[in-house]
Design a protein around this ligand. Sequence first.
Ligand code: FA5
Length: 344
Amino acid sequence: MVQKLDEIFNDFKSKIESLDKAADVLSLKATVIGKKGSLAEILKSLKDATPEERKEIGPKSNQIKADIEKMVVAKLQQIEKDEIDKKLAENTIDFSLTDSIMDKGLQAAGLHPVTQIQQEIEDIFISMGFDVLDGPHIEDDFHNFEALNIPETHPARDMQDTFWFKDMKHLLRTHTSTIQVRGMESRKPPFKFVGPGKVFRCERTDATHEMCFHQLEGMMVGKDITVGNLIYFMKTLLREIFQKDMEVRLRPGYFPFVEPGFELDIRWKKPGKGESKHSGWLELLPCGMVHPNVLKAGGIDPEKYNGFAFGLGLDRLVMVKYMIEDIRHLHSGDLRFNKQFKMY
Ligand code: FA5
């Protein structure tokens, strides 16, 4: 019987070596140490063995069982690794792809017009002493709403249909005003910064509305800052971008985080076509004096400091600058459109 055990084990060892499929390994295992396997058969006939044989067979069969278990685990790991290696070898990355595209006469890509205008505006503000800040796309309720004087029950929350995460605590930021809060948290007045980036709103798209678009936030906090300062910076920005004085209009606007709040609209007209549905005033640059509650939430004493903030729609600015009649072209990925902006 002891000899039979050795035979079973040696037979198992030689068979498992040649296998390369997990299912085959498992069925081989079952034929030896399964309920109806050859090892179980031997143990069944243990009653016919002599007491000496029993003493030897018991521990030996346990040892064989443990060795087989170990060999099966090792073999399965080996098979998995071989499969991964095989897949990796089949899916090699061709790092020379760029060159081969170039060989076919295609050119390297350039920057998207929204990125171009963002960088242009960053440079304008840097030249006026502003810092450039960044903020996360995934925000919490505090930074997107609460700290901006928009409590849970405030109707202004309806102005920005929000993509909430399942926990209903996190969201995709609906505006770059979140960067105001993060900026106040990270510095002491006086300071001035801009914060560009993507924002997300769950809204129906049309010629001037996208679900994912870009804004550029601006904030200046110090002593005795006035609406005059705000208008100066806004006009300087537009003059630098359009290289001429632009026709703008300032009208009252409501945002819970500024008081007073304004909407700065820009004259938008397609050349040679007269007034059309694509001409007129385009809402571009909401702004205002920072609400004292916002300063407080940012740890700043509103009795000592005040400031202004603005939130520029970058995609809309690109539309005005390049006379694009529909915002959806910007993210269409259509090369006939993209090529006009030296992106390629
Ligand atoms: C805001 O998002 C405020 N956070 C702006 C602000 C900042 C006000 C600081 C006061 C002080 P509003 O929802 O209006 O405001 O959006 C700002 C700008 O983003 C708009 O003027 C417009 O240019 C652009 N915009 C808004 N919604 C869309 C959209 N769906 N698609 C493209 N651009 C949009």
